[in-house]
Write a protein that binds this ligand. Structure first.
Ligand SMILES: Nc1ncnc2c1ncn2[C@@H]1O[C@H](COP(=O)(O)OP(=O)(O)O)[C@@H](O)[C@H]1O
Ligand SMILES: [Mg+2]
Length: 234
């Protein structure tokens, strides 16, 4: 289990996470929802061990191993991968290069490039295309494929549906459901409430760096108002 306990983090003098507590099991999709600026990206960056934000209290753990304090490549080696917001691809590198050159040293071997291509046939067709030549949906698939090459057991996905056409959002939901079925635990950061609810088992709402509401997806389905109040949507 991936667990986050009382996590506090800041950028310079600005505290952005104010004690986030949540957990994520294998074979589960846990959606983290919240309006813009509430700390969602900061949370996944802090879990991943990226150098900013600065974590000032609390911790993230993977089973018995403390993640907080480790550099990102060590967190990755323990089995946590991030699909960053905005995809963060290299415009001049090909699909194949994204999947091979950036495979972290010491990664386990469960995910190979051929397996990524089998999961995303569209990427296989485009394997020689450069990052800058891909559509939004293809870029997101490549960002997911790249993260899978690190062989994670937990995947942190930061607003994967952002900027995608509805048909690509549906395709992404299918991918998330498949990965969950394979036993991955997925922390799905979303502003798109409906896409998140289509695949989530549990939902937490982040507001000014704190979880203010947590519920099962079933509870949300039977009483959506309890959730939408926090998000300012209907
Ligand atoms: N690199 C940074 N330096 C300073 N402040 C930042 C930085 N990144 C984000 N912030 C601030 O931290 C807060 C939370 O941001 P973020 O985690 O990106 O929110 P979300 O992903 O929920 O939209 C916002 O007020 C944002 O302006
Ligand atoms: Mg964000």
């Amino acid at each position: 289990m991936l667990s986050v306990e009382g996590l506090e983090a800041r950028y310079g003098g600005a505290r952005v996470l104010n004690g986030v507590t949540l957990d994520l099991r294998r074979g589960e999709v846990h959606a983290v929802l919240g309006r813009n600026g509430m700390g969602k990206t900061t949370l996944v960056r802090a879990v991943m061990g990226l150098s900013s934000p600065l974590v000032t209290a609390g911790e993230a753990r993977l089973g018995d191993a403390r993640l907080t304090g480790l550099p990102p490549h060590r967190v990755a080696r323990l089995g946590v991968a991030l699909v960053p917001q905005g995809r963060r691809l290299f415009p001049s590198l090909s699909v194949t290069e994204h999947l091979t050159l950036l495979k972290p040293a010491g990664a386990r071997t469960g995910w190979t490039m051929e397996r990524v291509f089998a999961a995303f046939p569209r990427l296989a067709e485009r394997r020689k295309h450069r990052g800058g030549q891909l559509s939004g949906g293809e870029r997101q698939m490549l960002a997911v494929g790249r993260a899978l090459m690190a062989d994670p057991t937990f995947l942190l996905m930061d607003e994967p549906s952002e900027g995608l056409a509805p048909v690509m959002v549906r395709a992404l939901e299918t991918v998330v459901a498949q990965l969950r079925a394979e036993g991955l635990g997925i922390l799905l950061v979303e502003q798109n409430l409906y896409s998140a609810l289509a695949v989530a088992d549990r939902v937490s709402v982040l507001e000014t760096g704190r979880v203010v509401h947590a519920a099962s997806a079933a509870a949300v389905a039977s009483d959506p108002g309890a959730l939408t109040r926090f998000l300012g949507v209907h």
